[in-house]
Ligand binder design. Structure first.
Ligand SMILES: *Cc1c(COP(=O)(O)O)cnc(C)c1O
Length: 382
């Protein structure tokens, strides 16, 4: 009997969001190394975690990489390392994934949202108005594989002496002005959750930094604040990167350039297929801004007329379209206590109404990509 992976690979009239079955169809190398790991019983912070961290730092373009338990912790731990806690405020983007807000809230600091611009990132023109004497950091989010405007955000952070911790969970290997996502601020956080650019077999995250003191603090914080076996320097957490996930991480981080190249190629094909459809508006493409600019298309996002009808049309034809995200965080019950009024973030609201995401991973065949394009064009009678 055909497995789901076979069916997905073979079927040009089904486009699923997740490429994981194909991603991990042939993993004998991982099992070989896992066997060695089990024999070594080196299950926490052993050799393999260090090897993975070196590979990740090289891929991400940073001096140091620190493996942690999740992308959420890869944001929380650097904030804690900066001493951020109750009474402080952290500025972030209004259109983001739940975990950005969750990581800030876990430190005890107040989440301060700022509206987005049409790059999907935080609007730099609105940041300064949100700064108060309590502001302790800015956490821009690089959404959907693109980047927030880090040139402007860095200027603002320097002017106000505010550290930047980048939420780069969706944008491994994206670049602005030749400088990779995650390497602009004092630290950047990445996720290896199954839905991100590179994925392991569960949860994992990575912090990158060029700052030796940030590196030291993050290593302390991820492991109970322990300086050594018997001395606890500060209060910390248990959020080590699992050695088992580090084995998977090594295998996949070695492939990241190809993964990203596949996504960029898929996005270019979609762009060409949609460019003459007036009901679809393509966001400004980073690559068109010049060399040294790269978006990695974790989600391929466009603005669409009659979005909800298009979404239903795609889903009825086995094209797994999604919306990232349909309900802005400031309208979620969990964050009502922040006191934002409806309409406080008009661009985020407009995005929530009009954006649609299509899968653009490296495992979709050109036949599947063309089927997806055809389904969208059919909806608009093009
Ligand atoms: C996935 C994600 C996170 C959190 O990552 P986890 O590994 O799921 O904890 C944080 N921010 C953004 C923007 C994300 O997409």
């Amino acid at each position: 009997m055909a497995t789901d992976a076979d069916r997905n690979a073979a079927s040009s009239t089904q486009v699923r969001y997740s490429p994981l079955e194909q991603q991990f169809a042939d993993v004998d190398e991982i099992f070989d190394e896992l066997r060695d790991l089990v024999r070594s019983t080196d299950f926490t912070l052993g050799k393999v975690v260090g090897e993975f961290e070196e590979m990740f730092a090289a891929a991400a373009g940073s001096k140091y990489a620190i493996g942690v338990g999740s992308g959420t912790d890869a944001l929380k731990v650097p904030l804690k390392a900066l001493g951020i806690g109750p009474g402080d405020e952290v500025i972030t983007a209004a259109n983001t994934f739940y975990a950005t807000a969750g990581a800030i809230a876990e430190t005890g600091a107040r989440i301060v949202f700022v509206d987005c611009d049409d790059t999907f990132g935080i609007d730099p023109d609105l940041i300064e108005a949100a700064i108060t004497p309590r502001t302790k950091a800015i956490m821009p989010v690089h959404l959907a594989g693109d980047m927030a405007n880090m040139t402007r955000i860095t200027e603002i952070s320097e002017k106000h002496g505010l550290p930047v911790v980048e939420d780069a969970c969706q944008s491994l290997l994206a670049k602005e002005a030749g400088r990779p996502a995650g390497t602009w601020g004092i630290a950047g956080g990445f996720s290896m959750h199954p839905l991100k650019i590179i994925n392991v077999w569960g949860d994992a995250g990575v912090i990158v930094t060029d700052d030796p003191e940030m590196d030291r603090m993050c290593r302390l914080l991820r492991n109970h604040g322990l300086r050594n076996r018997d001395e606890m320097e500060i209060l910390g957490y248990n959020t080590r990167l699992d050695s088992v996930q580090a084995v998977v991480g090594k295998w996949i981080v070695a492939k990241v350039e190809d993964i990203v190249a596949g996504r960029i190629k898929a996005a270019a094909r979609y762009d060409a297929g949609f460019r003459d459809v007036p009901e679809i508006t393509l966001p400004v493409r980073r690559a068109e801004k010049g060399p040294g600019e790269r978006a990695v298309y974790l989600n391929y996002v466009v603005y669409a007329d009659r979005r909800d009808e298009l979404l239903a049309h795609c889903q009825a034809r086995s094209v797994d379209a999604k919306v990232h995200y349909p309900i802005p965080l400031y309208k979620q019950d969990a964050l009502r206590h922040l006191g934002y009024e409806d309409g406080a973030f008009p661009v985020t609201d407009r995005h929530a109404r009009s954006i649609i995401s299509f899968p653009a991973d490296q495992h979709k065949s050109t036949a599947q990509q063309d089927y997806l394009i055809g389904v969208v064009r059919e909806f608009y009678g093009r």
